[in-house]
Design a protein around this ligand. Structure first.
Ligand SMILES: [Zn+2]
Ligand SMILES: [Zn+2]
Length: 348
């Protein structure tokens, strides 16, 4: 058995840090610096060794921890996609934290909000290996197998929802080194946290203040020419204030808090729309790196339900750098009007 599933050399478990004056959370995970890479560029901060063979290819299963889910489920059949624990996680599993401040506590005043926080970073961090062959774009995956990947992600999220110790979870993709990927084999990541992160809490608060906000988002996209494509009950739009040229958002046209509770037809529609959007993006900006991430509501028992909330997938091409203005202000500068971007992505 090759030694490659030994624990990383760095002994530090990841920790969660909060800077109270900057209202900023940072996951400190020193062992991630040892991640191997087969991509050039920054690779998300990886400065680990160049990779000797791909750990995600079929035949190299011994180089990752055992799968928690696979497709097909029948182990007698070769796998087409699989979910494995991340060898270099930003969070780690452990007993529930008792007596440690949680990020939520700071809002209700039960913990001094001026207090800096440092505590174990708890949660789940998986890798979704999206193909058994060494493919480098989702466009090379057969459409049926790509739908299977999204069904697998939904299933894993549903497992996390049932655990009770995970407050919120996401699936995200870094495609290309400019988007933070360190390995080129098609994959995404699935992270569950024991708290609801600030970006999602801000989106929930906005939706709580405006129950019709998501419906209007879709209606306005229709009337202002920002719909890129539709599939079943899902729509892909260019949002009203895209941070990058050709940014898109895929969401259901009816309220739905959790992707993990989505009907099979909606899961398939998400697979079809992600494929279509990436294909159109690649047509307009060949080889564009991009990120995407799923935003869904916190799991039951971890916050008040917000009627009118729609889970959504944000797809952010990395065509321009984030620069000083973005860091200084929290605002973004883009150069392409959203309706023009949508027309380009429609192919019209
Ligand atoms: Zn590979
Ligand atoms: Zn969002």
């Amino acid at each position: 058995m090759p030694p490659s599933i030994d624990p990383p050399r760095h002994p530090s478990a990841p920790t969660l840090h909060r800077d109270p004056l900057a209202a900023r959370f940072v996951f400190l995970a020193p062992q991630r610096a040892e991640r191997p890479s087969d991509l050039g560029g920054d690779a998300g901060g990886s400065c680990g060794p160049r990779l000797d063979g791909c750990p995600f290819c079929a035949g190299h299963e011994h180089r990752t921890p055992p799968a928690v889910l696979r497709a097909p489920a029948d182990e007698a059949t070769p796998w087409r996609s699989r979910i494995v624990p991340n060898r270099y996680p930003v969070v780690h599993e452990g007993p529930p934290l008792r007596g440690d401040p949680s990020p939520q506590d700071h809002d209700d005043g039960s913990v001094d909000p001026s207090e800096a926080m440092r505590r174990p970073a708890r949660g789940v961090h998986d890798v979704v290996v999206e193909a058994a062959r060494h493919l480098t774009t989702i466009l090379a995956i057969e459409p049926a197998a790509w739908r299977e990947v999204w069904h697998l992600c939904r299933q894993r999220l549903a497992c996390l929802a049932d655990r009770g110790d995970v407050a919120w979870a996401t699936v995200f993709k870094n495609s290309g080194s400019a988007a933070g990927a360190s390995l080129e084999h098609v994959h995404s990541q699935l992270v569950g946290l024991d708290f609801v992160p600030p970006v999602v809490r801000a989106e929930l608060a906005a939706a709580a203040d405006d129950a019709a906000g998501y419906r209007r988002l879709v209606d306005d996209a229709r009337t202002s020419g920002r719909v890129v494509a539709e599939a079943g009950r899902l729509v892909a739009i260019v949002p009203p204030a895209p941070r990058q040229p050709l940014e898109t958002c895929i969401l259901p046209t009816v309220p739905a808090a959790h992707f993990h509770a989505a009907e099979p037809a909606d899961v398939a529609a998400l697979a079809d729309l992600t494929r279509l959007v990436v294909a159109r993006l690649d047509g307009v900006a060949p080889g564009a790196n991009y990120n995407w991430w799923l935003h869904q509501a916190p799991f039951a028992g971890h916050g008040e339900p917000v009627p009118g909330w729609h889970w959504h997938l944000e797809i952010l091409p990395r065509l321009a750098s984030f620069a000083g203005f973005e860091f200084a202000t929290g605002c973004h500068i883009s150069t392409l009007p959203p309706a023009e971007a949508a027309a380009m992505l429609r192919g019209g």
